[in-house]
Design a binder for this molecule. Sequence first.
Ligand SMILES: [Zn+2]
Length: 475
Amino acid sequence: MGGMRVRGWRSTMWMKRAILLICLLCIGIFPVTSFAQTSGPVYIVQPGDTLYLIAQRFGTSVEELASINGIMDPSVIVPGSELVIPGFEGVSGVLDFHELEFGESISSLSLQLGVPPDSLIKLNRILHPGRLYIGQAVIVTSVSDEVSSPTLKVLLVEEGENKLTFAARNSVNPWDVNSLMDRLNRAWIVRNERIVVSGEETLLHGLPLPIKSVDVEPERVIQGQTLEVIITLQESVDISARMGDRQLAFHTLYENQLVSLQGVFALVHPGMYDLVIEVLDAQREESKFSHTQPIRVVDGEYYYDPVLYVPDETVDSEMIKLEDEVIYSIVNQITDERYWQGIFQFPTSYTDSFPSYFGSRRNYNNQGYNWYHTGLDLYGGVGTPIFAPASGRVVYTGFLDARGNVTYIDHGWGVFTGYLHQSAIEVTIGDWVKTGQQIGLVGATGRVTGPHLHWEIWVGGIPVDPLEWTSEEFP
Ligand SMILES: [Zn+2]
């Protein structure tokens, strides 16, 4: 909402300036072309671009861009038109953006584009070339269509190899290896080091085979949402991965394609978190290769509920801790099989508005905003039917003091759903349920102020926003 306000303010400012310009034009003092700068690199406006967005990405201002390019109305830019970008002295040609994928680095981009690494570093004013994050928009000078960019081959140095034996094993020119080492100011190669050479196999990143690609979705993950990592391999190998301090569990999506789904804690601090992917040896003891790249976790901008006053024992007691332990032990199990397909259905028929959303920050008894709402609340009087949102197996039913009558369903691959405060539970542990099957009735059991369904989705042991799963298909 803040951004909208800024944009509105800018456009009125610009209207004033545009009026001023038109007045000056009337008396013929400044022809409009005199504002246009002719030298410097250009950017070709893409559909959906705004001047504000372009200015932000190139580290300049709307005012400067408009003045250099003689734009009178900054709210109107035409896709396909060329904009001169200020601030890149000595650079010519067409500038573009490349969103960094896991495994890409300045050196792999440099080979791919045929642009020296130093130029890319300068172009992007990069201070730490080793800490480029997933989804980072790297400014590149685009290669013309006729020139085919070289393909990359990433080779891994094995134990006991030197430059010569390494070159021989991989059938590459030893002089290429030599010149690469020269650039690194080093005469030797080390075990598990990645050597990027031009090859016939097309790889778009700097990871060694057998990793063909690593897709991370989304590139910037929001607090309380689901991170999806898909690894495509050339051959079957053991993979170990973690995000921050959380170990990721992988499941087979297709042959030689692995997927991991992991919830990101709603109260985690926004910032950079390392995604580490390792290829393990056959004994799963030693890492043959490891790559670390930061991923951005951004603020979910969740609401802050007013301070809630409840009996002390309902927020901080041994009973509550024991109850939480019961739930954690259920949702931290991982079934290496998937039972669901497609997007999740809503568990009641009230799907337009909700009494309380996932993620809202909560402060009990004025102890600070240390809690948050772990599910989505749905309307429904006592006796409103509850339906399974997806196929799965019932793994827990029972009465808990705070949660009331609860049911938990395992949907496989570490995905669970929970139904709290029910008036009746209509399934038993071990039951298989199908999408849309009635599993219970809405109620007001446990510590509640009135009847409603509190619905939770847990992914990899962390609650996520159910509205994400009712609108998007995983994987
Ligand atoms: Zn709730």
